[in-house]
Design a protein around this ligand. Structure first.
Ligand code: AHR
Length: 502
């Protein structure tokens, strides 16, 4: 098939907020215990953090990380995780029916995030707790000294405040599974009062209110309208969550779910605009897509195990092994976030280590990178700058998830400072190569400085501890810049390409 892409240097969508490439990690399964922290492991440093995991995290260049949950946060007592380790209580984690030892709390996590070079984005418990505990947590975390809670932190060895600027007001509060689930108005009022208190503590704090748990919830999108009616003026972002599956093994329909996600973002953008107009508000609210990933390979099995087990400590849970199809999907979803970067300012891959994660840490073995690690890393590395409007002329298909889905999925990012233009391209056709032509306006004498490709794998192929680098980007072939300055090439079916021009 013939495909044509056109971009103009000055036709931009938006500057990209680098926090589009953020991550999420929760106290669950082997994400924290046995993931980032495993004091008995040969790779552990003096604090018990796994150095091999940390290295893979550092390579991802992640700007912010959401912590400590997830469903876990809705019954979490932050005080349990501070102070001398030997006196910390062991608690029941109601969300995952596990035992929480509290050996990692806010101060240890802050140490790890610092080593990883990532800013923390903290969630407060608005399930079993409320405004008072949330503001106490904020004081403990952010106030310098001279108050009961800031001095308590200092007595725990943290003389400097953590200075966290991004705060999530609970988690998935629309979900009946959530401990302390609420109806929209009830939650909206609590979120508003909490956000107001946080901003009176420090007006530079940004707050994230919970949107729906996904776009299939029965209360979606009325939930967003009602919650924003209550809280619009005091919040900066509204969260979106969505997990993806391909139970039917219908690859094209799976990819079509990326367009479906675009509609989800569009619907919430419209809801935000409606409330802003209705309230005659001056402030803007953006989207924080703070949980997204593929999640289905282990899901049904895990759902059963959770109901049967007897409160284990850090069990293997949600340990999805991702295949090449998932890598192509993740690449496409990241493209969608770039294309919607005028509204989506923050997005967090869920999660980071072991639990539905790009990084796996074997219990007594090595850490390794899953297939999805690679597109995530490439976009986090090169997707910084301005998103350009990208005209794509390519054949389309219809599927259950969406109509008119382009076989060619493209996002382009221009970095004015470095004068580099990067294309992220997926040929989603199952069998046809794409004869590519890219026309550039405003880029005199372009030169192809790098071409990386992920191609030629079976869709079901995976990496593993034994074969950790089977799926990975390699130098691409068959793409050149011709004498007229157009980019031309041949892209294999089911392939991912990163083309960097300077
Ligand atoms: O990421 C796993 C879970 O998915 C989170 O705890 C919850 O917020 C979502 O339902």
């Amino acid at each position: 098939m013939k495909v044509k892409i056109s971009v103009h240097r000055d036709f931009t969508i938006s500057p990209i907020d680098e926090r589009l490439y953020s991550a999420f990690i929760e106290h669950m399964g082997r994400a924290i215990y046995g993931g980032i922290y495993d004091p008995g492991h040969p790779q552990a440093d003096e604090q018990g953090f796994r150095k091999d995991v940390l290295k893979f995290v550092q390579d991802l260049n992640i700007p912010a990380i959401r912590y400590p949950g997830g469903n876990f946060v809705s019954a979490y007592r932050w005080e349990d995780g501070v102070g001398p380790r030997e006196t910390r209580p062991v608690r029941l984690d109601l969300a995952w029916r596990c035992t929480e030892t509290n050996q990692i709390g806010i101060n240890e996590f802050a140490d790890w995030a610092k080593l990883a070079g990532i800013d923390m984005m903290l969630a407060v418990n608005l399930g079993t707790r409320g405004l008072d505990d949330a503001r106490n947590f904020l004081e403990y975390v952010n106030f310098p000294s001279g108050t009961a809670l800031s001095d308590l932190r200092r007595s725990h060895g943290k003389t400097e405040p953590h200075n966290v600027k991004l705060w999530c007001l609970g988690n998935e509060m629309d979900g009946p599974w959530q401990t302390g689930h609420k109806v929209a108005v009830e939650y909206g009022r609590l979120a508003n009062e909490t956000a107001k208190a946080f901003k009176s503590f420090d007006p530079s704090i940004k707050t994230i209110v919970c949107g729906s748990s996904n776009d299939e919830m029965p209360t979606y999108p009325e939930w967003e309208r009602e919650v924003l009616e209550e809280s619009y003026e005091n919040v900066d972002y509204i969260s979106l969550h969505k997990y993806f599956e391909n139970y039917e093994r219908n690859t094209l329909n799976f990819f079509g779910k990326i367009e479906e996600t675009g509609r989800y973002i569009q619907a919430i953008s419209g809801t935000i605009d409606y409330i802003k107009a209705k309230k005659r508000a001056k402030n803007d609210v953006f989207i924080c897509f703070d949980e997204w990933n593929v999640w289905y390979h282990q899901r049904e099995k895990d759902n059963r195990r959770i109901t049967e087990w007897d409160w284990p400590e850090a069990p293997a849970l949600l340990e999805e092994t991702y295949n090449f199809e998932d890598a192509l999907f993740v690449a496409g979803l990241l493209n969608e976030f770039i294309r919607r970067s005028d509204r989506v300012k923050i997005a967090c891959i869920a999660q980071l280590v072991n639990v539905i994660a790009p990084i796996r840490a074997e219990k007594e073995g090595p850490a390794w990178r899953q297939s999805i690690y690679h597109p995530y890393r490439l976009v986090a590395l090169y997707g910084r700058g301005e998103a350009l409007r990208t005209a794509v002329d390519a054949p389309t298909y219809n599927c259950a998830a969406a109509d008119q889905v382009s076989y060619l999925d493209v996002a382009s990012v221009y970095n004015r400072e470095k004068n580099t233009l990067t294309f992220f391209i997926i040929n989603r056709h199952l069998s046809e190569t794409a004869e590519l032509e890219i026309n550039l306006t405003g880029f005199p004498e372009p030169c192809l400085s790098e071409h990386l490709a992920m191609e030629g794998y079976d869709l079901q192929a995976t990496n593993s501890a034994q074969n950790p680098d089977h799926i990975r980007p390699k130098p691409g072939e068959n793409v050149v810049v011709d004498e007229s300055g157009s980019v031309r090439g041949i892209l294999a079916p089911l392939s991912y390409h990163v083309l960097r021009l300077s």
